[in-house]
Design a protein around this ligand. Structure first.
Ligand code: C2E
Ligand code: MG
Ligand code: MG
Length: 707
């Protein structure tokens, strides 16, 4: 068999023995087996190696390889999977060759062998089994793996000892690594985050941003955030949002993009920045903005006033006789006062306003977004100034001693004037000295005319209030006549006889009364007085049919209890509701139409009538007019004045008459001063007239002449 084989290989014994000697010279252990596993030949290395403890003189040819190959398996480190079927597959011609590595350790050393079983193409039915000692290669491999593991551990140790958080994510945004610092920063353990989307570490708005960013990357492969570190916000596990800086780099691992994010919690740095800002822009004693900050805010305020057309105001404020306190009780007590003043000032302000301390006892208040009307803005500022005057003049407790202090305030209101911050401060400062010379504990406007106007209004309001309390008001009545010139009633018009001011016409105080709310008690008084007069007329046969027109202000009508007060006035006085005519104006129709109609209907149900005053000057829409339960339209006197000479006035009057009649309403003209005007209006079909031509507003007694 041996010789056969030799002959079969080389064709001649020479070549055969040459082959055998070649095989014997190899380090690899070679055996030739047939399809049953029977060994036909083994080389020297095989014999010398003493497979599985068999002696070198073991009769190898003749024994079966398959019987011993199970010994490989089940050895201390078996190759994975059963090898027998795979060897069998080669022997059965189902596979070309089969390789496997198996360990074969002895007590002294660890060894590995590589086994290859392959078919001999030139000797069908025969197979070469070669065992090769791969121990050295295996050891190198194991050493390499070990080195790799050590290096990975080393890297992880570096990552874990880094102050910065390091997070790697894949192109899908899933986290692949998360170092200790990141864990500490975000409050998660590694296990809680690996494989999860990194967006869990971002507050909601950034999350959206991140999603769209990743989508962009997935579509285009373009990574826009790479490189430059950015300030973003992070979300901790406990829900806390914190500032952090983030820089991202991209690396490719096995062809897959991986993003490495380095994050740093910047809370501390922000605090430090804040502290630096505080020192640079705030007064350490009071915590208020300092001059630098004020100048900055002022500049912005001037720019914003220029844009928005809203006024702003600067108040310059200092404490009267502050020096005295400092001199008598010492600077630290002076400081205590300044601190308390700062607190009180802040309490007087809206969030948007700015209170600053310039130094010493000088404070500046900046108000923004005041009215676009100069006078209103001045009034608003004055209200704040009054609040400050009041707040700062309340007693202070300084080291258990009561201290009285008052401020002097200089005010400058600004709008679109191209002034500088310095100029504004100077003006306010000047005004403050005006306040000081005016006797202290007061506020002065820089603009003398503005100051005068504000003062005048304040005076008027004060007098109005006093006038109400002291019954300085009186009603005059102006007769209204029908188309035949017969008196049919009168309009009640309020008059104010002020001891200081003389007779004040309603045009000068009704608007202020409306703004200040004084119209409510005044209107109530008018209503009661007019109803009482109506009742008096009812008692006389000649005037028993007269109606009484009473003007009602929008704010009066808007009161929730308006209907009730009218009803109460009628009941008190016993006046006939059918003879009471309330004059509304178009201005009150722009608000809550639903409410207007409801109230009108409630009064209407009791018999009260309604006239629409000053008609033609407002913006009533026809649909509104149709829905209102009106009885009369009153053509405004501005159309009557030139009705004979101005064709468009005449046209308007004609239209109003036609409109009123079409809606089933009576039409009255007011301000009729001449017979010609009356005749013209009568020609248009006007039903009633009121004006100096028939009579001026006069006390009730004087109206007796119409009887
Ligand atoms: P109004 O309701 O339109 O009153 C008519 C105004 O025209 C009255 O002015 C009256 O004196 C004046 N007038 C009457 N006839 C003539 C005329 O022939 N020629 C001219 N040039 N004027 C004439 P008055 O009394 O100064 O009232 C002004 C406005 O004040 C009233 O306008 C009304 O809106 C308001 N008002 C007067 N009294 C009251 C009141 O008691 N309550 C309310 N809320 N407003 C009132
Ligand atoms: Mg009127
Ligand atoms: Mg009128």
């Amino acid at each position: 068999m041996y010789a056969d084989l030799h002959a079969g290989w080389g064709g001649t014994p020479q070549t055969g023995s040459l082959s055998a000697s070649v095989l014997d010279s190899l380090y690899s252990q070679i055996a030739i087996i047939d399809g049953t596993g029977q060994i036909h030949y083994v080389n020297r290395a095989w014999r010398d190696f003493g497979h599985h403890g068999l002696p070198p003189d073991h009769p190898w040819p003749g024994s079966n390889y398959l019987d011993m190959c199970h010994l490989h398996v089940g050895h201390n480190e078996a190759p994975s999977g059963p090898v027998r079927p795979q060897i069998q597959a080669v022997l059965d011609g189902e596979a070309e060759a089969f390789d496997y590595e198996y360990p074969c350790h002895t007590a002294q050393e660890k060894r590995w062998f590589m086994v290859r079983i392959s078919a001999m193409s030139d000797h069908p039915g025969h197979f070469v089994v070669s065992h090769q000692n791969t121990t050295r290669r295996k050891q190198q491999l194991l050493a390499g793996q070990e080195a790799l593991r050590a290096s990975a551990q080393h890297s992880q140790a570096i990552l874990d000892n880094m102050v910065d958080g390091v997070i790697t994510i894949n192109a899908q945004g899933l986290m692949e690594s998360f170092n200790k610092a990141a864990g500490k920063m975000f409050g998660y353990s590694v296990d809680e985050v690996l494989g999860r989307n990194v967006s869990m570490l971002m507050p909601a708005p950034h999350r959206l941003h991140h999603d769209s960013y990743l989508q962009h990357f997935q579509h285009t492969g373009e990574a826009r955030i790479i490189g430059t570190p950015r300030e973003v916000e992070g979300l901790r596990k406990n829900g806390q949002i914190f500032p952090m800086s983030l820089s991202v780099s991209q690396v490719d691992r096995a062809g897959q993009p991986t993003f490495i994010g380095i994050v740093r919690d910047t809370t501390q740095r922000h605090r430090q920045d804040e502290e630096i800002r505080r020192l640079a822009f705030y007064d350490p004693l009071t915590g208020l903005p300092n001059r630098r900050m004020l100048m900055d805010r002022l500049k912005q305020a001037i720019a914003s006033a220029n844009r928005s057309h809203h006024h702003g105001a600067v108040m310059f404020l200092d404490l009267d006789h502050f020096k005295q306190l400092n001199d008598t009780r010492g600077h630290d007590v002076g400081d205590l006062l300044l601190q308390q003043v700062a607190l009180r000032l802040n309490d007087c302000m809206r969030e948007v306003d700015c209170v600053a301390r310039l130094g010493g006892d000088e404070f500046v208040v900046l108000l923004e977004d005041l009215s676009s009307h100069a006078h209103e803005a001045a009034t608003q500022t004055e209200a704040v100034a009054n609040k400050i005057l009041y707040a700062l003049s309340q007693p202070y407790t300084l080291r258990e001693q009561i201290h009285e202090s008052t401020p002097s305030i200089g005010i400058v209101v600004f709008a679109q004037d191209p002034t500088s911050q310095e100029e504004l401060l100077k003006k306010a400062d000047v005004a403050m000295y005006q306040a000081k010379s005016a006797g202290r504990n007061t506020a002065c406007f820089f603009d003398p005319s503005m100051q005068a106007a504000v003062l005048a209004r304040a005076e008027l309001e004060k007098d109005l209030r006093q006038g109400l309390a002291q019954n300085e008001f009186m009603l005059h009545y102006q007769v209204q006549v029908n188309e035949r010139g017969m008196p049919v009633g009168a309009e009640a018009l309020v008059r104010w006889f002020s001891p200081q001011r003389g007779t004040v016409p309603p045009g000068q105080f009704i608007a202020l009364a409306e703004e200040s709310g004084l119209i409510l008690p005044l209107g109530q008084w008018v209503l009661e007085t007019a109803c009482a007069q109506l009742r008096a007329w009812a008692a006389q046969p000649a005037t028993a049919h007269w109606t009484m027109a009473v003007n009602v202000s929008a704010s009066q009508f808007a009161q929730a209890d308006f209907v009730a007060t009218v009803v109460a006035a009628l009941q008190h006085t016993g006046a006939n509701p059918h003879l009471l005519k309330l004059e509304l104006t178009e201005s009150m129709l722009v608000n809550d139409m639903q409410d207007v109609i409801l109230k009108m209907n409630q009064l209407k149900a009791r018999g009260v009538c309604f006239s629409l005053d000053d008609f033609g000057t407002g913006y009533s829409s026809l649909t509104h007019l149709k829905r209102l339960p009106l009885d009369q339209l009153k053509i405004d006197q501005s159309f009557v004045r030139d009705i004979l000479t101005d064709t468009s006035d005449a046209m308007i009057a004609r239209t109003i008459v036609a409109l009123g009649h079409n809606l089933g309403l009576a039409v009255i003209a007011e301000g009729v001063e001449t017979a010609a005007q009356r005749d013209f209006l009568a020609g248009l079909g006007c039903d009633a007239f009121q004006g100096y031509h028939f009579g001026r507003p006069e006390p009730a007694g004087v109206l007796q002449k119409f009887i």
